[in-house]
Design a protein around this ligand. Structure first.
Ligand SMILES: Cc1ncc(COP(=O)(O)O)c(C=O)c1O
Length: 487
């Protein structure tokens, strides 16, 4: 119990303390005094080591009973704000003032103008998110999930979601999936964190990545401790022969020994949009056998194929060599952070352990709602609706490009949500910068390359209505003309 004495000559008076209880409710004086003293100490108004007035003096000054002050000093002593010793004045303890908030960091430079059109790839049409169906699925899940399901569960994910996903991936993507070999993850980004851990444990510390390719997925491997090595992409997809040559010790491509893993987007290469040819598929798997390695298959927007049925997964050809990753980022919304990783059976237990160590498990209500959407057929209905919508937008963008940028070579139109537009005579960086100044956000191909190559742009259309598409292409063509007319 604290009893500060009245004797110390250096003691602060209540006026110096700047504690004023006027306006405080009579019944809450004690709590209010504690709060104001605490604030004064935190803000630095009361400096470390300053001696407080005696309980008697402060009570008299404030017009409260002494027990109110005694209790406040005791409480702040217990919390570490005051140092209290019997027979001595209570002193202010050294506390760390809160650091000034750092200015928020921006991921990308803000354009000088308001954004008129954003052609950058990476997202579904968020306006078409099936809100009503998702709400119903969440309600039903809340009603049906037993209490136990809200606890720490299986790190691989809710059994009913793993079963529904195994069925969906088998039926729609031609994959060979047992629910026990599938881990629900927070987007492919986290799937790749699991992959990186699996690889490092096997002495694989470099992964081949497509060039051009996704810097998102490559950097996910890099931040998880792996080197990435560019493997060229041509009209047939990732060049498996380069991997064979690299395995045979071609010095130009040798890193620290032969590669044993490659990350690829066979269904629709990002960003060129080419589909990995049948012969290349076999070659890639033959290479994986040769080096006793793995292919990581990023099935990122396989659902959107416009000319004929989507090509089935590589994983279905070699479930022991291929790790298949996918997510709802391109079908529902990236903000859900819901994805899956299917691993060969001999890696399944370890993959579950890595997921457990990363974050124990993926949020369970979202998993249950997604399982509900898969089981009800709502997920596939949503994809069908969006496929028709994206196809119309793709057709419109192709027409606009033919009218306004006829010199461009367009590819990747058979699938996905973006076009790959090559314009070799254009100063890509200058156009991207000038377009941004005018409020048109566009990605140059250079953003996705490791090795140099022809100039051009990646134009996403899935999230843009007809007016925005027209305005965007007109603006882009305007900047291209101005940039090339003077040269
Ligand atoms: C090539 C590619 N694959 C997959 C994804 C999806 O990643 P996530 O599932 O973590 O949202 C992206 C994201 O932009 C991507 O560019």
């Amino acid at each position: 119990v604290t009893r500060a004495t009245d004797s110390s000559s250096e003691q602060t008076s209540s006026r110096e303390l700047l504690v004023d209880l006027s306006g405080a409710p009579r019944g809450g004086l004690g709590l209010e005094l504690q709060r104001r003293l605490r604030d004064a100490i935190r803000s630095g108004r009361l400096r470390a080591d300053a001696a407080l007035p005696s309980t008697r003096a402060l009570a008299a000054d404030l017009g409260v009973s002494r027990s109110v002050v005694v209790l406040a000093y005791e409480q702040l002593g217990a919390e570490g704000y005051l140092i209290t010793r019997r027979g001595a004045a209570a002193r202010v303890a050294a506390v760390h003032p809160p650091a000034a908030a750092a200015p928020p960091r921006r991921h990308a430079p803000e354009p000088a103008r308001p954004v008129a059109v954003d052609f950058r790839p990476g997202t579904a049409d968020l306006a078409s998110f099936p809100r009503a169906e998702w709400e119903r699925a969440i309600r039903r899940s809340l009603a049906e999930l037993p209490d136990a399901a809200l606890g720490y569960g299986d790190s691989r994910g809710l059994p009913r979601l793993r079963e529904a996903l195994a069925d969906y991936l088998g039926r729609v993507r031609g994959a060979i999936v047992a629910p026990d070999h599938l881990v629900v993850v927070n987007g492919l980004a986290q799937g790749l964190a699991v992959v990186a851990r699996l690889f490092r444990r096997r002495g694989i510390d470099a992964v081949g990545v497509e060039d051009p390719g996704s810097f998102h997925t490559a950097s996910q491997l890099e931040v998880n401790g792996l080197d990435t090595v560019g493997v060229p992409v041509d009209r047939d997809g990732v060049d498996a022969d380069r991997l064979f040559r690299q395995a045979a010790g071609d010095a130009r491509h040798a890193v620290a020994g032969p590669l044993r893993a490659v990350l690829a987007t066979p269904a629709h290469q990002f960003p060129t949009g080419v589909i990995l040819g049948a012969a290349r598929r076999r070659r890639l798997l033959a290479w994986a056998d040769l080096v006793d390695g793995y292919v990581v298959e990023d099935d990122y927007d396989a659902e959107y194929r416009y000319d004929h049925q989507p090509v089935a997964t590589l994983q279905g050809l070699a479930p022991d060599r291929v790790l298949l990753g996918g997510s709802t980022s391109k079908t529902l919304a990236p903000g859900l952070r819901l994805g899956w990783l299917v691993v060969p059976p001999h890696l399944a237990a370890e993959a579950a352990r890595h997921k457990h160590h990363i974050d124990l498990m993926t949020p369970v209500l979202e998993q249950a709602a997604f399982a509900e959407l898969l089981a009800s057929g709502g997920y596939e209905r949503h994809i069908r609706r969006n496929r028709a919508r994206y196809r119309r937008r793709r057709d419109r963008l192709l027409e606009l490009l033919a009218d306004h940028l006829p010199e461009a070579t367009v590819s990747g139109e058979a699938a996905g949500m973006h076009l790959y537009v090559e314009t070799p005579t254009v100063d890509e960086a200058a156009v991207v910068a000038e377009a941004a100044r005018r409020g048109l956000l566009v990605s140059g191909i250079a953003d996705y390359r490791k090795a140099p190559g022809p100039a051009g742009f990646v134009l996403a259309y899935g999230h843009l209505g007809p007016d925005q598409l027209r305005r965007g292409v007109q603006m882009l063509a305007g900047v291209v003309r101005e940039g090339t007319s003077g040269s």
